[in-house]
Design a protein around this ligand. Structure first.
Ligand SMILES: O=C(O)CCC(=O)C(=O)O
Ligand SMILES: [Fe+2]
Length: 509
């Protein structure tokens, strides 16, 4: 059928055309809304970045965990959300192709940031008010947490099972809402979360009251759930049950106290005070003319700190080699209540081989001279492990030695069964603005990271047995970031090579 063959057909085409005009108008106004939305978003981000002075003080900016949280939130939620929902698929692909590293929305990143903030609050005893304005020891965030983000935090902390902390956050948000609006935006989900936090805390009366007020709203979707909770709360109340207190290895109050710098035992009550702060050449000729300042922080078990034992230049080279190899360090599985996704070890690490670079070889040799122990890879020592901790980054209390076979499968994977980590040498490749101590929880001793220094300790007793007093942790980084490099030295054949100045526990110093 061709149009010009009949006037009738041509007439109908008038209507067809007017339909098309209408459709195009609708399409265009839709596009205009989209463009408008994108423009508004762009202006907002621009003004935030500008007011946060994100172009000229980026490094300092990310030192504050609340700023870092906002950055992650923007990248992984705001950007992804607006772009994915607003651009067409074709344009989205084009958009991604223009970015150096495409953004991938990772829920774990955002949750990890939330968990980090909550962990910092617990370990360092920070108030909600401090967290909200990002007041970390006087360093204030550029923008305070908005009520919506506080609420996200409250929900998250409930989800990971810190009920006392959850109750405080949720109550804070409820109060905030009450102050800000005139109650016509009653948030029942929030109330329900609060009810659960009362419940798990064992605040039966408060829980029952909250549950009843929710039931009074008459929402059929909550009816069964709230009635069951009410029933359970009544029973628990009658039986005098207590709430649930989360107690994971990294929740150890002693660990937290040490991280806050409260060290009960200051110095070892030792016989040989001459051991403190002396210059050492580790029993080797090579360094006779170039002694290093060593401080014995503790005698038995020995913890020794070497100052200025790695140069800024060497640190620069090691970081440069490590950065492209960095991968997120091991995380853990889930149990009933969600375990914070990244609490056991929050850091990124990379292994550097001796043969890879002359600087790596040089610092390894230095360890040999100073400890008298061979760092020959792979038999006598592992490769240098470079680790970077970011916001809230930590490593919960652990031993460096390999446990009995069967105790920990992961350890066996990378250490041959006949080898164990006789000693740990750890370089501090950075200072940390706040937090990030190395804390020996069993002997209540802390080491504050000092750039260019290194800490040394024996993991095994002279007899070769495991020394369980070496339980230690990396405290969460509160401000800034932390870099270390571990050298784990193995016992294979060198149990008897302990130099006298590093073997005070043998009594032959
Ligand atoms: O970073 C620290 O302070 C300790 C790290 C540590 O213990 C480890 O990596 O095994
Ligand atoms: Fe360790």
């Amino acid at each position: 059928h061709v149009l010009f063959t009949s006037i009738q057909d041509l007439k109908s085409s008038v209507y067809i055309e007017s339909d098309m005009v209408k459709a195009l108008k609708t399409y265009l106004s839709g596009e205009a809304v989209r463009i408008d939305k994108l423009k508004r978003f762009l202006n907002e981000v621009d003004s935030i970045r500008h007011s946060d002075r994100l172009d000229d003080s980026t490094e300092d900016y990310l030192d504050n965990p609340i700023n870092a949280f906002y950055m992650i939130r923007r990248l992984h939620i705001t950007w992804e959300g607006i772009i994915a929902s607003t651009l067409t698929l074709e344009n989205y692909k084009d958009f991604l192709s223009r970015i150096r590293t495409p953004i991938i929305s990772k829920k774990e990143d955002f949750e990890g940031a939330l968990d980090a903030i909550l962990r910092l609050q617990r370990v360092y005893n920070l108030t909600i008010e401090d967290i909200v304005v990002g007041n970390i020891w006087g360093n204030i965030a550029y923008q305070p947490l908005c009520p919506q983000n506080c609420r996200v935090i409250g929900e998250r902390v409930l989800q990971i099972g810190y009920f006392n902390q959850a109750q405080k956050w949720l109550q804070y948000v409820v109060n905030l809402n009450a102050r800000n609006n005139d109650n016509d935006t009653y948030d029942m989900d929030l109330d329900e979360s609060l009810a659960y936090s009362y419940f798990f805390n064992g605040n039966w009366v408060a829980a029952l009251e909250k549950i009843q007020s929710i039931l009074n709203e008459g929402d059929p979707l909550r009816f069964t759930r709230m009635n069951q909770l009410k029933h359970q709360a009544l029973m628990n109340h009658q039986e005098g049950k207590e709430g649930i207190v989360m107690n994971r290895p990294w929740d150890d109050p002693v660990y937290h106290k040490l991280c806050r710098g409260q060290q009960e035992i200051q110095q070892p009550s030792s016989d040989s005070s001459s051991m403190y702060c002396k210059y050492t050449h580790g029993g080797s000729f090579v360094l006779l003319l170039q002694p290093y300042k060593m401080e014995v922080l503790r005698m038995d078990p020995l913890i020794a700190l070497y100052y200025d034992v790695i140069s800024d230049k060497e640190i620069g080279v090691i970081k440069t080699l490590a950065v492209p190899k960095m991968a997120t360090s091991v995380t853990i599985g889930k149990d009933g209540i969600q375990t914070p996704s990244t609490d056991i070890r929050v850091s990124k690490g990379a292994w550097l081989k001796d043969e890879e670079n002359v600087v790596v070889r040089r610092v390894d040799k230095r360890i040999e001279y100073l400890t008298g122990l061979s760092t020959l890879e792979p038999d006598h020592a592992e490769q240098l492990q470079v680790v970077n901790y970011g916001i809230g980054g930590q490593y919960d209390p652990h031993y460096d030695f390999k446990k009995d076979v069967g105790e920990d499968k992961n350890m066996v994977d990378y250490i041959h069964a006949s080898q164990n980590r006789i000693a740990t040498w750890m370089f501090y490749l950075s200072d940390v603005d706040a937090g990030g101590y190395t804390a020996f929880t069993a002997i209540k001793t802390i080491v504050k990271p000092i750039k260019n220094a290194a800490v040394f300790w024996w993991n095994l007793l002279p007899s070769g047995e495991r020394d369980y007093r070496t339980l230690h942790a990396a405290c969460p980084v509160l401000l800034g970031s932390k870099w270390v490099a571990n050298k784990w030295i193995h016992n294979g054949g060198q149990e008897f090579r302990r130099p006298c100045n590093l073997a005070p526990d043998k009594g032959d110093t």
